[in-house]
Design a protein around this ligand. Structure first.
Ligand code: ATP
Length: 259
């Protein structure tokens, strides 16, 4: 932990607001993630966790506040009355630094596992195909799917598809990986294999933000646990601080429910 507190800031979220229709979903969220840090975000359904990740990745624009990834600003600045937005090109460049893994895998169904993994490097980053294929094979092997490179998503289990999705995100060589409830669409017996891969990615030094209901994973892997409710960060701390001795009644009652 001591080295992490001195590590440079990878992600800074400051005073972020987001409206979805008439819903004030994010109400001034602050979050700082340092290089190499693993942050798990917990919170009840509807508290704004997915919306926060979408805002960080600029899949949804924020309505106020600042999002910076590696000091590159991809949010809006509404303080002091100035509204600020970067060009689409700058946003795309900043977004490329983030690997995103979704609940429902979102693989291309008409592409094999290896083609899913090489698609971004070849089509978006314009890397030579041979280099992308070699790296893609390495990544598929690292998630335990070396033998499945020619399989289509429909031929893979949910756990295998999610592992392909993780390899696909890593293939873009991101600086930050974000996971949005990556195991909640899986049959219980497949959850462990995906969490094991995520743990290995964390051990490799990746900076990670993980929205999850997997308390055991948070306890084992997270450097910091953040509890969100009703569009704000209610409390944060080490896993044992937040999970064993929550300061806030809202955190305590959520933990009683999920346990
Ligand atoms: N397109 C939309 N229009 C209006 N409200 C929306 C829209 N999308 C999401 N919301 C609302 O925003 C709030 C936050 O949703 P979000 O999905 O971010 O929560 P969450 O904490 O990730 O929940 P879950 O754990 O169920 O995924 C919810 O109240 C949801 O109903």
């Amino acid at each position: 932990m001591s080295t992490l507190t001195e590590a440079p800031t990878m992600l800074r979220v400051e005073g972020v607001h987001k409206w979805m229709g008439h819903n004030h979903v994010l109400r001034g969220v602050d979050l700082e993630v340092r290089q190499g840090e693993i942050v798990c975000i917990l919170g009840p359904s509807g508290s704004g966790k997915s919306t926060l990740l979408r805002c960080i990745n600029h899949l949804d624009p924020v309505d106020g506040g600042v999002v910076e990834v590696e000091s590159e600003r991809i949010g809006y600045e509404t303080r002091r009355g100035t509204l600020y937005e970067q060009s689409e090109r700058d946003v795309a460049r900043a977004r490329r630094r983030i690997g995103m893994v979704f609940q429902h895998f979102n693989l291309f169904q008409h592409l094999t596992a290896l083609e899913n993994v090489t698609y971004g490097p070849v089509k978006v980053l314009r890397r030579p195909r041979a280099e992308a294929v070699a790296h893609g094979r390495e990544l598929l092997a690292s998630v335990g799917l070396g033998q499945k490179e020619d399989s289509y998503p429909s031929e893979l289990s949910g756990g295998q598809q999610q592992r392909v999705a993780i390899a696909r995100a890593l293939a873009m060589r991101p600086q930050l990986m974000m996971f949005d409830e990556p195991t909640s669409a899986l049959d219980p017996e497949l959850v462990g294999e995906v969490l094991a891969v995520m743990k290995r990615v964390a051990e490799g030094g990746m900076t990670m933000v993980v929205v999850t209901h997997e308390i055991g994973f948070a306890r084992e892997v997270a450097d910091r646990v953040v509890f969100m409710d009703q569009g704000v960060v209610v409390e944060e701390g080490t896993a044992s601080e937040v999970l064993d001795d929550p300061r806030h009644e809202r955190t305590a009652s959520f933990l009683r429910r999920v346990r």
